[in-house]
Design a protein around this ligand. Structure first.
Ligand code: UDP
Ligand code: MG
Length: 153
């Protein structure tokens, strides 16, 4: 089992799409093991987007990420990191494939609805950035045996 981090960005929250996007993850069979709304600040954003702080678009990105609260989610499942990145789609909503979240809900390279961890290593670091250990709640998924074959989880 893996756990990955998803952020529902202000482009999701402000457009009233929280429920719709969460529904997609639940329908896929991912288990929500942590979830909270929070307001991001510059310190958190410089840490979270440390690979982008020197890009010319960083100030606009930071502004867009502070425009409303976000919803942080910890999603668990077999190969959850890869599964969730696949559901997220390419960064730019205009080139993201239809059927992906960005490809179905966005028209922008910046206002692209969700963040999702891009590797197991980033997932671990990013979950620790947004959740205290006690805010992740492991519990049995009632449908586990219908989501997976016995040798898959
Ligand atoms: N971003 C942007 N302009 C760009 C590239 C990225 O505003 O030219 C924003 C966009 O919101 C993206 C985030 O920066 O989701 C993080 O960029 P990254 O390359 O890590 O893409 P992601 O992993 O989100 O697909
Ligand atoms: Mg990224």
């Amino acid at each position: 089992m893996e756990t990955t981090l998803v952020l529902l960005k202000p482009s999701c929250v402000s457009r009233g799409l929280i429920g719709e996007i969460i529904n997609r993850f639940e329908r896929r069979g991912l288990q929500i093991v942590g979830m909270k709304m929070m307001q991001l600040d510059d310190d958190k954003l410089r840490e979270h987007y440390s690979h982008l702080v020197n890009k010319p678009f960083f100030p606009a990105l930071a502004k867009s990420m502070k425009a409303s609260p976000i919803v942080a989610m910890a999603l668990q499942g077999v190969e959850a990191v890869t599964v969730v990145r696949g559901m997220t789609g390419y960064t730019n909503g205009r080139t993201a494939d239809p059927g992906t979240i960005r490809g179905d809900y966005s028209m922008s390279n910046q206002q692209n609805i969700v963040h999702a961890s891009d590797s197991i290593d980033s997932a671990e670091k990013e979950l620790a950035r947004f959740f205290k250990p006690e805010e992740i709640y492991p519990y049995k998924h009632a449908l586990a045996e219908y989501l997976y074959a016995p040798d898959e989880y």
